[in-house]
Design a binder for this molecule. Structure first.
Ligand SMILES: C[S@@+](CC[C@H](N)C(=O)[O-])C[C@H]1O[C@@H](n2cnc3c(N)ncnc32)[C@H](O)[C@@H]1O
Length: 364
């Protein structure tokens, strides 16, 4: 079910993912050195004539092509340094079938133009393909892929875990959730991430690389502050229940198909599955305020309220799921007004912060 419903808000409007993915953009910028290191290692071995690269869970908006540009730049620079000619590129942008691929395709002519201008007519060529499908299933022919990248997508589960009947009033693992809820989420993540690794291991050639960034959990405890964006969503939904806008039983049957693993959980699954060597695992935080306090100039926004930024970011990734579950009656504007108010109250006491896990792996 989730695979048919899940997609980020389409287009380029005010509530679109394209316009509300600055946190994810900062996450990509922070992971860039690890992606670059992996590409440099890959290029230092024998390169095929055509390098096959995929970005899994590319969504739609500027971030989709930023990752690809960075990868191409690093390959080009490394080949130049090694005095080799750069390969051709076959690039796959993957997401679920409901993703707004058309918005990415519209940016492609300008992307190709820029490549030609910056790198010359002889460079590449580079061919970009849209690839609809779930990354929990096979996406590519056997032994064909050289480099797989995925940012902020693998914490999305293939489905809402079974056994969450006792998570009433919550939408994810919260402070008040019984331990069965955490166990159900962990079990689903173990199943999904393991399937992801074994599926990719058939497609990535021996010696091929994979770099993945996941929104994770900073402690081994089932509950950490990484649940806060989902607690703010639960608070806002509960407000709508109190106001009679949505039914309580509808809220009780709604849970996010997301899981934020801790590093130990991720490492254990990679080890148990066994197809990839874990070259590097790094963690870093992205403070919501970093977006407009100048940590990354490119990302400074006109919008000065972190509460608004986080409310719009959560809306962009959850609106289709919420509307599907609660129906149009949910009044999404009202819901995210409440979200902004709860976020503002939270941020007046504590700082909002995403904890990220980057994993760099090599196919055995
Ligand atoms: C938060 S967005 C991240 C997008 C982009 N990588 C970025 O960093 O801005 C997560 C994306 O993962 C996609 N996704 C979730 N589950 C997926 C699956 N099973 N297969 C392919 N894509 C999936 C979602 O549709 C969504 O576009």
């Amino acid at each position: 079910m989730e695979a048919q419903v899940l997609h980020m808000n389409a287009g380029e409007g005010e509530a679109s993912y394209a316009n509300n993915s600055q946190v994810q953009k900062l996450v990509i910028a922070k992971a860039k050195p690890i992606v670059a290191e992996s590409i440099v290692n890959l290029c230092s071995t024998t390169l095929p004539q055509c390098l096959r690269v995929a970005d899994l869970g590319c969504s739609s908006g500027p971030n989709s092509l930023i990752v690809i540009s960075d990868i191409i730049d690093t390959v080009e620079k490394t080949c130049r340094r090694l005095n080799r000619s750069a390969p051709e590129f076959q690039i796959f942008l993957n997401d679920l079938p409901g993703n707004d691929f058309n918005t990415i395709f519209k940016f492609l002519p300008a992307f190709y133009e820029r490549l030609k201008k910056e790198k010359g007519e002889e460079f590449g060529p580079c061919f970009v393909f849209g690839l609809p499908g779930s990354f929990y299933e096979r996406l590519f022919p056997s032994d064909t892929m050289d480099f797989i990248h995925s940012s902020y997508s693998l914490h999305w589960l293939s489905q809402v875990p079974q056994g969450l009947e006792d998570n009433k009033g919550n939408v994810y693992v919260s402070k008040t959730s019984p331990s069965s809820v955490y166990k159900a989420y962990l079990k689903q993540f173990q199943r999904d991430f393991s399937k992801f690794l074994s599926t990719r291991s058939k497609e990535v050639r021996t010696g091929g690389h994979m770099v993945i960034t996941i929104a994770g959990r900073r402690s081994k405890e089932p509950y950490s502050e990484d649940s806060i964006p989902w607690e703010l969503l639960a608070l806002s939904l509960n407000d709508l229940v109190s106001q009679g806008v949505i039914e309580e039983k509808k809220l009780d049957s709604f849970n996010m198909n997301i899981y934020h693993p801790c590093t130990e959980e991720v490492e254990a699954i990679i080890k148990a599955e066994g197809s990839f060597n874990l070259d590097k695992l790094d963690t870093y935080e992205v403070v919501w305020e970093a977006i407009h306090n100048g940590e990354n100039k490119e990302l400074m926004l006109k919008e000065s309220r972190s509460s608004k930024i986080i409310a719009m970011a959560i809306r962009a990734v959850t609106e289709p799921l919420l509307v599907h579950h609660f129906g149009e009656a949910i009044n999404i504007d009202k819901l995210f007004q409440r979200y902004e108010e709860h976020a503002s109250e939270f941020l007046s006491k504590e700082k909002g912060c995403n904890f990220n896990i980057v994993i760099s792996m090599k196919k055995k």
